[in-house]
Design a protein around this ligand. Structure first.
Ligand code: FES
Ligand SMILES: [Fe+2]
Length: 405
């Protein structure tokens, strides 16, 4: 069948790999065997974001991140020299986790294991062993919590499970990192965090977040006409940029958008997520699209940075198992200098909460249907190019052809 010529064609300024147009197989979204391959071939090799430097601004500040897909708990610490390091949160004595169960962040002068009280400094080194004389054959020199490879880009802290990753972080981020280099992330404040554990495969979860085709239906109660316009009723992205293994999609703005009374009120005072005036920031709209709303940047495999005029937000999609994903959203905005600007930020916070409830509503039903194995493939259109590229990359990596081999 020939495609009708009157359809909107997505602007693709970068080279796109030959991904075909076939339906996508469902097996990778439900197979436990495939998930085990993703664990070793994707997550154990990719750079993974675990937070931002502004979460641990002071000496001794630390974060604890449980990463199920790596079977690891990572301790990220700002040391006495102000350097940020990461360790496996493991005591070298008999392997207990060093920080208290359930602890996610804190400030410490050092860390004491809660089992036999071995003590580590902020640089991860073992500094005290009660009853040391009872270990006459042990050489304690140089013992430390096992280090984790860490690099920082634009204030985002990434770790890598490889001792010597094939590519450093900047090289790994490639053209996507170049496009975002000018965006002033460091001037934004964290204003909200939402998270959920959902019974869905991580890829199915991700796929609902890098296409706007669903907006008219799923978001009909919140932003029904944010990006769907009379001249673009299917919210076809205004452009997409593919920088394997990453990609970015620019969400179009409805040229005929009429703000709701609440959105109009918010924009009167400051920048809100609802479509509104452009606050020109470097790094936005790299393809120079008309009717541009915001950019969805998918940093392979599981981290999104969505940047807009006066706000940005991130998503983490952490696989727990083939059937479960831990999701987290963090919202950032420029400092509210007045109470009125704070009102605009509160509007964003609540509007996004409602939008995300809508997004999450499709997850478990989709996953359950996939697991029924009544369909062996799914149909993906041109406007869902990011869905196609995400699976394409995962398959490449699982086959040992990823960029970190
Ligand atoms: S396991 Fe940590 S002190 Fe024994
Ligand atoms: Fe959505």
């Amino acid at each position: 069948m020939t495609a009708p010529e009157d359809r909107l064609i997505i602007k693709l300024p970068t080279e796109v790999p030959d991904m075909g147009t076939d339906p996508l197989p469902i097996e990778p979204y439900i197979s436990a065997d495939f998930f085990e391959k993703e664990r070793t071939q994707v997550f154990a090799k990719a750079w993974l974001n675990v937070g931002r430097v502004d979460e641990i601004p002071n000496v001794g500040d630390y974060l604890v991140k449980r990463i199920e897909v790596l079977n690891a708990t990572i301790l990220v610490v700002r040391g006495k020299d102000n350097e940020i390091r990461a360790f496996h949160n493991i005591c070298v004595h008999r392997g207990m986790q060093v920080t208290a169960a359930g602890c996610e962040k804190g400030n410490a002068q050092g860390f004491m294991c809660g089992f036999h009280a071995w003590v580590y400094d902020l640089e991860g080194k073992l500094t005290h062993v009660p009853g040391k004389e009872y270990f006459p054959d042990t050489d304690f020199d140089g013992l430390q919590m096992p280090p984790v490879t860490l690099e920082i880009w634009k204030g985002f802290i990434f770790i890598n499970d490889q001792e010597k990753p094939k590519k450093g972080l900047v090289e790994y981020l490639g053209g996507l990192g170049d496009d975002l280099r000018g965006y002033p992330f460091e001037t934004f404040n964290h204003i909200a965090r939402y998270r959920a554990n959902v019974n869905v495969n991580w890829k199915t979860f991700i796929d609902a977040f890098h296409e706007a085709y669903h907006v008219a239906e799923v978001h009909k109660n919140t932003i029904p006409d944010g990006c769907n316009s009379p001249d673009n009723p299917n919210a076809v992205p205004s452009s997409a940029r593919i920088y394997p293994p990453h990609h970015a999609v620019s969400v179009p703005l409805n040229s005929a958008y009429v703000p709701t009374p609440a959105a109009a009120l918010a924009w009167k005072f400051g920048a809100s997520f609802a479509p509104g005036d452009m606050v020109d920031l470097e790094g936005l709209n790299p393809s120079g699209d008309d009717n541009w709303w915001f950019d969805i940047n998918t940093l392979f495999p599981n981290f999104f940075i969505d940047v807009g005029p006066g706000w940005y937000f991130t998503y983490h999609f952490w696989p727990v198992s083939v059937d479960e994903t831990h999701w987290e959203m963090n919202i950032y905005q420029l400092e509210a200098k007045t109470a009125a600007e704070k009102i605009a930020q509160e509007h964003t916070k609540v509007l996004l909460r409602d939008i995300l409830y809508e997004d999450l509503s499709t997850m478990e039903q989709t996953h359950q249907s996939m697991k029924s194995r009544k369909l062996d493939s799914m149909i993906v259109g041109e406007m869902e190019i990011a869905v196609r590229h995400q699976l394409y990359e995962v398959m490449q990596w699982v086959d040992g052809k990823g960029c970190m081999e």
